[in-house]
Ligand binder design. Structure first.
Ligand SMILES: [Zn+2]
Length: 272
């Protein structure tokens, strides 16, 4: 910053540019803000130029965001540049206006949910990857995975008039664990956090098609995928076990009811 001359309003002559750390409370959070101001060496009075004052505003916002685990303006700018995205491109990616990106980068504090969207976008992921686990959605494959579970478990898990209470949990574990271990889900299904556990999103509209689907039309399961299914079936060989385990998973618990459970959370599976 260019140094200008600033004189003490109490007539002590030239003030000196001083870098300090100001401790303060902002929105109830204790923060430590680096600040550059003019200070009078005689009486200690402080004053700032317009540029210094706006730099302090920005520093307050960044210190607050750091303390509350939100991305800072610098994080957003650096993350965006790493991906070679313009502010307009990032805005489009996130379905927000470019003004929002500009404001967050220059100091406006984003909401927690916008922070999550920013993190997803800055990882270079689209909402599709998060919802489908990098796999094309396939109903025959859902049937194939369920059939594989049935052959390993030696019992029927997809029943007529099924609400998929158990079948959906076997599927969910298969998709999530495959995403964690193999980098992509098995069926491309999207899951919602419902009160009775993780469930296929819109399962009511899918159930008939799943029951009728021809699993021979699905891409065959790879040996690695079969291993994932075996592992789940061995660990949760009774339906009640998979039901209980799903209800202990933090990645289901932390979602508001009805929200999508993102595949990016698969690394936090706790029960397997
Ligand atoms: Zn003075």
């Amino acid at each position: 910053m260019k140094e200008k001359d600033m004189s003490c309003p109490d007539g002590h002559g030239k003030m000196k540019v001083t870098r300090t750390h100001e401790k303060m409370k902002f929105r109830g959070v204790d923060i430590d803000v680096p600040a550059e101001q003019y200070v009078c060496p005689v009486c200690g009075i402080k004053a700032g130029t317009i540029e210094q004052t706006s730099a302090i505003q920005k520093a307050i916002s960044n210190a607050y965001r750091k303390a509350t685990h939100l991305l800072t303006g610098t994080d957003i700018i650096e993350g965006r540049k790493k991906l070679n995205l313009t502010q307009a491109a990032l805005a489009k990616h996130m379905n927000v206006g470019i003004a929002s990106i500009k404001r967050w980068e220059s100091g406006l504090i984003q909401s927690k949910s916008m922070d999550q969207s920013l993190r997803i976008a800055l990882r270079g992921q689209t909402l599709g990857d998060i919802c489908t686990g990098n796999q094309e959605f396939s109903i025959p494959r859902i049937k194939l995975v369920l059939k594989q579970f049935e052959s390993v478990l030696g019992k029927t898990i997809l029943k007529k008039n099924d609400k998929m209470l158990f079948a959906a949990k076997y599927l969910w574990y298969a998709d999530m664990l495959a995403h964690r271990e193999l980098g992509e889900s098995m069926t491309g299904s999207t899951y919602a956090a419902l009160p009775y556990g993780p469930q296929l999103n819109n399962y009511r509209d899918l159930i008939d098609d799943i029951v009728k689907a021809d699993e021979s039309k699905a891409k065959p399961l790879s040996p690695e995928e079969k291993k994932v299914i075996n592992r789940i079936a061995m660990k949760f060989h009774k339906e009640q076990m998979i039901y209980d385990a799903a209800h202990k998973e933090p990645i289901w618990k932390k979602q508001p009811k009805g929200a999508i459970i993102p595949y990016s959370d698969s690394c936090e599976l706790a029960e397997i």
